[in-house]
Design a protein around this ligand. Structure first.
Ligand SMILES: [Zn+2]
Ligand SMILES: [Zn+2]
Ligand SMILES: [Zn+2]
Length: 358
């Protein structure tokens, strides 16, 4: 005899737009409709800006080195205080950053206990994955949302418990009892060398399993004992801020990796649905990077997601190479970033290796 329709475990046809999800476990990425692809907006280009900032003063450089030496546990601040700055050279460099804020939509099957309520049945055509309205967070703020796709629900026998509502209790492996925690399963304990019956298990060595109250079975965790579930398709919407940045190579001798963590001075920001590559900028490497990263982001994200917003930023990272003399010898340190970070690899009074300069 055929099972009644609501007990059918196969997913019936008739879910236009969700045909790939005929069997449970399938689902996945929903490709955005091609017609949505936006076109880059009219160009916004950096112009009329001052590309250079005030050079570092000798006094600021010296103070930065003193602060640096005093923060190291076993550095003497003497070379920083007594050293005489003989030359300062600036190597200002640019950092280009591109952020692409995307929305992706994926589908998956979900199941929840059925309490006999009215269900949003499959009489009507479900809306397409990209037709379902969502609450978009503020641009560039990541987040996610799960929405049940309308008209995809059906009541089914719970596959986890074979519609019995009960499953084996794993705490006691179905026996209903567990080894007594008080006597370790012995049934007795010792008090001042006197053997006494365990008062927790009354000598049995076992106690009733409190997970199943001695029954050996518990309510099915999927249907919560209701024996039926509602299966439906969930839409998972995710907003991600995909960021790439590139710092233009400079010849100061300061390691590039140090620049990753410092803040610079923002020279140019351009935010738009889709931004255009920067063309009007004095450093050709910035222009080239802008083109490359925009191409890369379009290639990577347009196929799989909606691009909701893009932002490109150019920052100026000030770098000053300072040479100073102390006790007749010449030494070098770097001051970099807007907050005057210092790198002094060969600081002359670092007495041990315990706080090696990073
Ligand atoms: Zn149990
Ligand atoms: Zn006991
Ligand atoms: Zn179940």
């Amino acid at each position: 005899m055929d099972p009644p329709p609501e007990y059918s475990n196969s997913v019936p046809d008739g879910l236009p737009g969700y045909e790939s999800m005929l069997t449970e476990g399938e689902g996945g990425l929903c490709h955005p409709p091609a017609l949505f692809y936006p076109h880059p907006q009219p160009e916004t280009q950096p112009s009329g800006l001052n590309w250079n900032i005030e050079p570092l003063s000798k006094d600021d450089a010296q103070q930065a080195l003193i602060r640096y030496a005093s923060e190291k546990c076993c550095y003497s601040t003497k070379p920083a205080e007594e050293g005489v700055i003989t030359s300062m050279e600036t190597f200002d460099t640019y950092r280009y950053r591109l952020e692409t804020f995307t929305e992706t939509r994926t589908t998956k099957w979900s199941q929840r206990p059925y309490y006999g309520e009215q269900i949003d049945n499959r009489g009507q055509t479900p809306p397409g994955p990209w037709e379902i309205p969502v609450n978009v967070p503020p641009f560039f703020l990541e987040g996610s949302q799960i929405i049940e796709v309308p008209h995809t629900s059906s009541v089914k026998a719970c596959p986890s418990c074979n519609a019995t509502g009960r499953v084996l209790c794993m705490s006691c492996c179905g026996t209903g009892s567990r080894g007594c925690y008080s006597c370790g399963g012995m049934g007795y304990t010792y008090f001042l060398q006197d053997r006494q019956m365990c008062l927790v298990c009354f000598g049995r060595g076992r106690t009733t399993c409190f997970a199943c109250h001695g029954i050996g079975q518990i309510d099915c965790l999927v249907c919560l004992g209701k024996r039926k579930i509602i299966a439906s398709i969930d839409l998972v919407v995710e907003w991600l801020n995909n960021m790439d940045q590139h710092t233009v190579e400079q010849s100061s001798g300061l390691k590039m990796v140090k620049l990753n963590s410092v803040s610079g001075e923002t020279l140019f920001t351009d935010t738009n649905h889709m931004v255009c590559p920067v063309t009007n900028f004095p450093d050709p490497e910035v222009v080239q990077t802008s083109q490359q990263l925009l191409g890369k982001h379009q290639e990577e994200y347009l196929k799989t997601s909606r691009i909701l917003q893009q932002r490109q930023t150019i920052e100026l990272l000030p770098i000053t190479k300072v040479t100073y003399e102390w006790k007749g010898k010449s030494h070098v340190f770097f001051v970099y970033g807007s907050d005057f970070k210092v790198s002094a690899v060969n600081y002359p009074a670092a007495c041990c290796g315990c706080c090696t300069v990073m």
